[in-house]
Design a protein around this ligand. Sequence first.
Ligand code: FMN
Length: 166
Amino acid sequence: MYKNTIIIYGSSLGNTRFVAEKLQMLLPGAVLRDSVEVGPETISSFDRLILGTSTWGVGLLQDEYETFMEMLQEQDMEGKMVALFGLGDQQNYPDSFCDGMGKIYELLQNKGIKFIGAWPPDDYDFTTSKALIDEQLVGLALDEDNEPDLTDYRLKKWVEQIKTEL
Ligand SMILES: Cc1cc2nc3c(=O)[nH]c(=O)nc-3n(C[C@H](O)[C@H](O)[C@H](O)COP(=O)(O)O)c2cc1C
C-alpha cells in the first residue's frame, strides 16, 4: 500500500488528470489531488510526492501549477522523495517537450529532495526539453496528443520502477 504517497497534478483540459487517475489505480492507497486543493499542511503530511504537470505556452507550467510551485518552494522538503511526470506534445512542441516537468525539477533543486523515476528519452521524437538532464528525462514523459496508445504501457513500466523505491 502507498498510504504515504500523494499524487498532485495540474491539468487544463483533463489529460494530466486522466493520467494521474490511472497512476493512482496502479498505486493502491495513494492519495490523488488537483494542485489547487493542496496547501502547506498537506505537503507536510506526506513523505512521498508524485508531481505531474502538462506544459503550456511555449515551455511553461500549467497555469495553476505555477501558483502551486510558488507555495511548494516555500515548504520544508528535506528528506522527501519526489517522482515527476509530465504531459506534452512532441509533434507541435518538439523544442519544449514536457518542459513543465523540467521546470518542477529545476525549482526544487537544493531542497534536500531525493528524486526518483528518471526515464530514458529513447522512445520519443523531440528536439529539446528542459526535462532532459544528463541524457535522462527527470521523470516520465507522456504524450496523449500523439501517442495515447503508449500511455498505459509507459505508466505500468514506470510504476514498476518507482515502486521499488516508494
Ligand atoms: C497552446 C498550447 C501550448 C502548448 N505548449 C506545449 C509545450 O510547450 N510543450 C509541450 O510539450 N506541450 C505543449 N502543449 C501540449 C499540452 O501540454 C498537452 O496537450 C497536454 O496533454 C495537455 O494536458 P492537460 O489537459 O492536462 O493540460 C501545448 C498545448 C497547447 C494547446
